[in-house]
Design a binder for this molecule. Sequence first.
Ligand SMILES: *Cc1c(COP(=O)(O)O)cnc(C)c1O
Length: 394
Amino acid sequence: MTLEQLDKQYGLQTYNRDYTNFVKGEGSTLFTENGDEYIDFASGIAVNSVGHNNPILVKALQEQVAKIIHISNLQVIEPQAKLAEQICTLADYDGAIFFANSGAEANEGAIKIARKYGETKFDKKRYKVITLEHSFHGRTITTVKATGQEHFHTPNFSPYPAGFSYVNGLEAIYKEIDDETVAVLIELVQGEGGVQPFQKEAIQKLEKHLKEQDILLIVDEVQTGIYRTGKMLASNMYEISPDIITLAKGLGGGVPIGAVMTKHKDVLSAGDHGSTFGGNYLSTRAGLAVLEVLSDMDKSGKLTETLAYFTVKLKEMATKYSNLFTEEVGLGLMRGLRAKDNETMKSVLASCMKNRLIVLPAGRNTVRFLPALTITADEIDEGFKRFEKAISSL
Ligand SMILES: *Cc1c(COP(=O)(O)O)cnc(C)c1O
């Protein structure tokens, strides 16, 4: 059987897959089984934050794998404790962390913290969580309900948990709040929704308002976190200090990991939450290596340089091809070109793949760029050369 046949027979068909078979990666270049080279502007949807085959990550993992991969959370786990400390330090956040295995799970943890806070802290129970239209928070029954996109809430998976509502835009949150609202859950740059950043002043105003009402601000940094927007957290860039922050994608450099951090350290107690795999030696050692690479790049100014160079190139494309794109959007290395329409986006994506460049869709009509933060100037040049070739014929 071919690989495609194998996948189609034995894999549950929940994705519309492309069947290019990649067998090796180096930095931001991927190689197929036939030796074809692709430039990777997607990094596995913001996951391979330090690129493929990163020597520091690889060495850390090889050493760790030869010692211990996993014990349980009933024992202390050295890299887990160190990673929690590193995240809080680099994010300048006075909090504590629970480790999970994915973004959805991190958000589940955040919702559990909020629910218990709402149950135990007030005379009248608070449990409602407000989210935003075009948001994305995960695929579990609860996080899919928290996701503000109606088409995800198909009756196929109903009934969904109660207590979630979503509104259109930050200003609409104020009207939605009632005396049962416990938390507001938002992204600072909506990734899946179309790489749409919110305004700093509007976010700071919301933070202040929620604080006054003792309503928790939960920021989903699953995609924006770990230097994706240019700072350790997008919350650092927006100069806010949320009650709860969730992380996942870029944190493990490809090893599955999720994290929920909160300044309300005493809400959860022993037995309230748990995970078999969460925070094991493998994933937290990966997290430490990723943070070592990225915090060095941040301190040396290299990250700012890469970001600036990518921005110049992207803006060039937006200006030159205004026949295809209406707008250039995003922050840091989480960027998008808003295509005229859904058809245009689809043909851009297909043409990029033909020209051996991997980019991503977002929302209905955004071509999304999420390169590794370690991408080199040469890889950026080559990627945009291919991008221009791909779109100039459209
Ligand atoms: C990807 C993503 C998630 C879901 O993460 P999984 O690891 O796929 O569960 C949640 N929130 C945001 C903002 C994301 O980008």
